[in-house]
Ligand binder design. Structure first.
Ligand code: 13P
Ligand code: SF4
Length: 360
């Protein structure tokens, strides 16, 4: 069986991680006033707001209050196709806006900051990826949602963390060999769980790769009552300590449904807003990202997700200048792997409808 250490996998390109943006602190009255202005702009422009669980809590609250959605990548993609709004405003990272545009070419898709990318997307340049695919024509190409439109255009399937396991299980049962990109940790987790024959691209998420296994062991010893929740973009040694491994929605659901009074959470801290909203009596402990001390604090926060704020959301609604554009020829190719995933999810009842997380 092939494994993640294939020599033919291109080396990781150098990555520039942006400084964490610092937004001016607003008073409660200023925040409320800004939110009202945004709600008015959304109504005036027939726009729906969809936000990821990693964005600022004020944005998540606003998405819900304005009739939009807070969700994981899979549900964000679906929402754009379900809402009748003619404009989608996507608070998240660039691939989420691009996926919305690819699925809804007739809609206007705005984002507060078009520079909000993702280390996985950045670490998988289309030319190198295409050459990698060319070198393995006997493999089915499965890409994670966290990729550019150009990379998706080269893929057979797109998956998110909610659906990666059943899709790969299905392909493996058909005897297909898989070329997987870009997250090698998620890919290795999927490979271990399904036994599929997979060639893995060498990409990683800078946020999840920072979780430290040895420090996590100490935090677990301090909190024996806590269940450990891990997003599968984390390294194996962290995943191996988890009680639950899953997508953002699956981790939030675990906090609601498991009897434990406390949870050690190895994913972006933005997720705590939804966890606190739906399970206010549970104790949430960030998994450690630094140091060896048992009490070390996590700083797990995606710098690209943090580029979304009420201020630049209001700005893009006023100016309409940060719009996602996708070349039509590329869109025609990139929509196929996404649509294949959505059809697969619908046929098997994965996500959507009643399984979408509600409000408190
Ligand atoms: P989910 O699809 O689980 O929300 O994950 C998206 C992501 O970017 C995780 O880092
Ligand atoms: Fe990308 Fe990681 Fe940020 Fe998710 S948390 S958007 S995978 S950099």
């Amino acid at each position: 069986m092939t494994n993640s250490l294939q020599t033919q996998v291109p080396a990781r390109p150098a990555l520039v991680v942006p400084e964490m943006p610092e937004w001016p602190v607003l008073s409660a009255a200023e925040t409320a006033e800004l939110k009202e202005r945004i709600k008015t702009l959304l109504r005036e422009q027939d726009a729906a707001l969809v936000a990821h669980y990693y964005t600022d809590g004020d944005l998540q609250a606003l998405a819900e209050e304005s009739g939009g959605l807070v969700a994981d990548s899979l549900e964000m993609a679906r929402f754009g196709t379900e809402t009748p709004a003619s404009t989608l405003v996507v608070c998240g990272v660039r691939f989420m806006g691009e996926t919305a545009k690819i699925l809804n070419p007739e809609k206007r898709v705005l984002m507060p900051d078009l520079a909000a990318t993702c280390s996985l997307d950045e670490g998988c340049p289309p030319e190198g990826f295409s050459a990698f695919c060319d070198a393995h024509p006997d493999h089915s190409v499965v890409v994670y949602a966290n990729t550019s439109a150009a990379v998706k255009a080269r893929a057979d399937w797109m998956v998110t963390s909610s659906i990666a396991l059943p899709v790969v299980e299905y392909l493996a049962a058909r005897g297909e060999k898989i070329l997987w990109a870009p997250d090698r940790h998620l890919g290795h987790y999927v490979q271990r769980m399904t036994g599929a024959e997979m060639l893995l691209w060498d990409g990683a998420c800078v946020v999840h790769e920072a979780f430290k296994a040895s420090a996590l062991e100490r935090v677990r010893a301090l909190h024996p009552e806590a269940a450990v929740l891990v997003h599968p973009e984390s390294p194996d040694a962290v995943v191996d300590q988890a009680d639950v491994v899953g997508s953002t929605t699956q981790l939030i659901r675990a906090v609601i449904e498991l009897p434990n009074p406390a949870f050690i959470v190895a994913t972006d801290a933005g997720i705590f807003w939804k966890m606190r909203q739906l399970a206010p009596h549970k104790t949430l402990i960030p998994a450690p990202t630094a140091g060896e001390g048992a009490t070390c604090e996590s700083c797990a926060h995606c710098p690209w997700m943090a580029m979304n704020a009420l201020q630049n959301l209001e700005r893009v609604l006023r100016l309409g200048d940060r719009e996602i554009q996708i070349d039509p020829a590329m869109r025609e190719r990139a929509v196929r792997p996404i649509q294949r995933m959505l059809d697969f999810a619908r046929e098997r009842g994965i996500g959507g409808g009643a399984s979408r997380l509600g409000r408190a």
